[in-house]
Design a binder for this molecule. Structure first.
Ligand code: GRF
Length: 189
């Protein structure tokens, strides 16, 4: 069974993390979330993970401890969910094509440093694009640039606000991440 580690950020709701954990627990994915990792004890997603009976770890020296932590827990696949920083080079190299991230737009558009949260949806609406969506891609040393594994699309409506678009895309993200992991497993496990 594929052993997944999810890395969450300091502020995230943990909704993508939840959908991955639930897909594993219900048997939709032939995988187990062995560990949820955060860079701080105060990450709200850690409480959500614990409520779902999932092991959590807050790494105080995140950049230094991450690789040994993943290796020690025999992790096959790393999923970033709401983690907004770059991953250290040694981890990117060790987990090449084994580390995924989700972005709330159709990359390569609307990605890169500083493009996160509502800023992404504001930019999509300002552009006049008629569709948006989400992208699961492999993680590299640069923001949002790795090869794309999976995308799902949704319409941008004439009366959308960044908030209404964000809510539509977030629903899609939950589906997209589970499908992307399924794809990864079918090619790698
Ligand atoms: C999502 O919009 C994801 O695309 C981005 O960060 C957000 C995390 O949301 N990378 P959540 O914590 O999973 O609810």
């Amino acid at each position: 069974m594929t052993r997944i580690a999810i890395i969450v950020g300091t502020k995230g709701r943990g909704s993508n993390m939840r959908s991955i954990i639930e897909a594993c627990q219900s048997g939709v994915l032939n995988a187990e979330v062995a560990l949820v990792i955060a860079p701080s004890e105060s990450s709200p997603a850690l409480v959500v993970a614990q409520d779902l009976s999932t092991k959590t770890l807050a790494l105080q020296n995140f950049d230094i401890e991450l690789l040994t932590t993943l290796v020690r827990h025999d992790i096959d696949l790393v999923c970033l969910a709401g983690f907004m920083r770059l991953i250290p080079k040694n981890v990117v190299e060790a987990f090449e094509y084994r580390m995924l991230n989700i972005h709330p737009a159709l990359l390569p558009k609307y990605g890169g440093q500083g493009m996160w949260g509502m800023k992404v949806h504001e930019a999509v609406i300002a552009s006049g694009d008629r569709e948006s969506g989400c992208t699961v891609h492999f993680v590299t040393e640069r923001y949002d640039e790795g090869a794309i594994l999976h995308q799902l699309k949704c319409p941008v409506l004439a009366d959308d606000t960044p908030e209404s678009l964000s809510a539509r895309v977030l629903q899609l993200e939950h589906e997209c991440y589970v499908q992307a992991i399924q794809l990864w497993i079918s090619h790698n496990a």
